[in-house]
Design a protein around this ligand. Sequence first.
Ligand SMILES: Cc1cc2nc3c(=O)[nH]c(=O)nc-3n(C[C@H](O)[C@H](O)[C@H](O)COP(=O)(O)OP(=O)(O)OC[C@H]3O[C@@H](n4cnc5c(N)ncnc54)[C@H](O)[C@@H]3O)c2cc1C
Length: 422
Amino acid sequence: MKEITSAEFEKEVLGGSKVVLDFYSTECPPCEALAPKFEGLANLYGNDIKFVKMFRQQNKELSEKLGVKSSPTLLFFDNGVQSEHSLSGGIKRSDIIHQLDSILPAARVKEIKSIIKPTVSEFDVLILGAGPGGLTAGLYLCQAKVNTVLIDIALPGGNVSTTHEVSNYPGFIDPQPGYMLSHNMSEQTKLCGTIYKVAVDVTTSDLEKKEVVIDEFETVKANKIIIATGTSPNLMGVPGERELKGKGISYCATCDAKYYGDKDVVVIGGGNSAVEEADFISKFAGKITMVHQFETFTANKQAQEKLFANKKISTLFKHEPRSFVREGDKIITEVEDLTTKKVSKLVSDGVFVFIGMKPNIDMFRNKLTLDQWGYIKTNEDMQTSIPGVYAVGDVISKKYRQITTAVADGTIAAIAITKELN
Ligand SMILES: Cc1cc2nc3c(=O)[nH]c(=O)nc-3n(C[C@H](O)[C@H](O)[C@H](O)COP(=O)(O)OP(=O)(O)OC[C@H]3O[C@@H](n4cnc5c(N)ncnc54)[C@H](O)[C@@H]3O)c2cc1C
């Protein structure tokens, strides 16, 4: 795998036959999650496709010229021509494979796939999701000498790793950068001896059989499963959002705010995440317009006071986005005034969306008992409706979703499982 700069772009990328180029940034959890997948695929496809990477912060001009608006972004080139298909944000291994396979002859793809040999491994407990809930369960199980594996589609840390600052996790006098808090949690669990299989694709899961297949070829079996898959940002579902996702519309301030130095940004939402992240984005952006559907923010008072004192931020209450369109370098957000029904246009360089979260249960939707909002129902020991399957953290049905409550759930599930296994 070669790291290149803008100066080498012409020779290494445009001069190559089939090339995939990864634009990455620092302090970018999805970039870190992509790195091991990219490396692994470079080993598999390296004889046929050239894999190169470029540091976006130091090659801003070229990345902008190539239309890169989000980190990480993968661009594909065939004989010097850039493909219209690109991948960005939380990139799945299977999506990259799909793209790579599409540019190679079918017979060659078959040969490459034949190199992969299926494997099977067995554990006492399999934890799906390495956020605070899963990491805490992993720590307690490991300390109880229970043979445990932690599987995550990204790197460990969960939503905390993309939060710029956490001030309410007990034990720290000063606010902690989210990535440091999650790094420390992860290291503590890893050093204890828990096995990590992270930045993988979860191909299938069978909760009854307690079996999970990862990256299409590795079967992991266990006596018990803990689901700790947390939540993901809600999309607004308005025209233009999907097309511009990762191309001017972002859901991760720590990943992308640094590219909006002195620029105009729209932030959508009014809860704690939106208000706190807007304050963080203002460290970079020149001007921020917040769009919120209600008359007041729902964030806590402390966060609101900080926001209202911030001269860079103005607010549009009782407004809702209706569509997004790209015009040249700008994103046009059409917003409706919910009182007058009048629609106006906000011109900005980028949009950040923080309008709540949805549970990551797509793999288990029809198998477990859920509440009316789609969160997994558990009993007080964190057991789900399937024997031997537990769930913890933000993915379960409960009133308050915080790091402390996820950590508490992970503790309870681990102690209950340890007692059962004994
Ligand atoms: C912007 C923001 C700011 C926040 N600030 C605070 C704060 O200041 N204080 C506070 O207490 N809380 C805060 N929270 C809430 C806090 O982050 C969550 O309550 C906490 O992270 C929940 O932990 P979890 O382990 O349940 O899930 P998550 O942190 O969501 O972790 C879930 C993990 O599961 C993985 N995963 C998803 N699907 C799969 C799958 N199919 N297979 C395997 N793995 C999967 C994900 O990659 C992820 O690593 C914030 C949340 C956000 C979004």
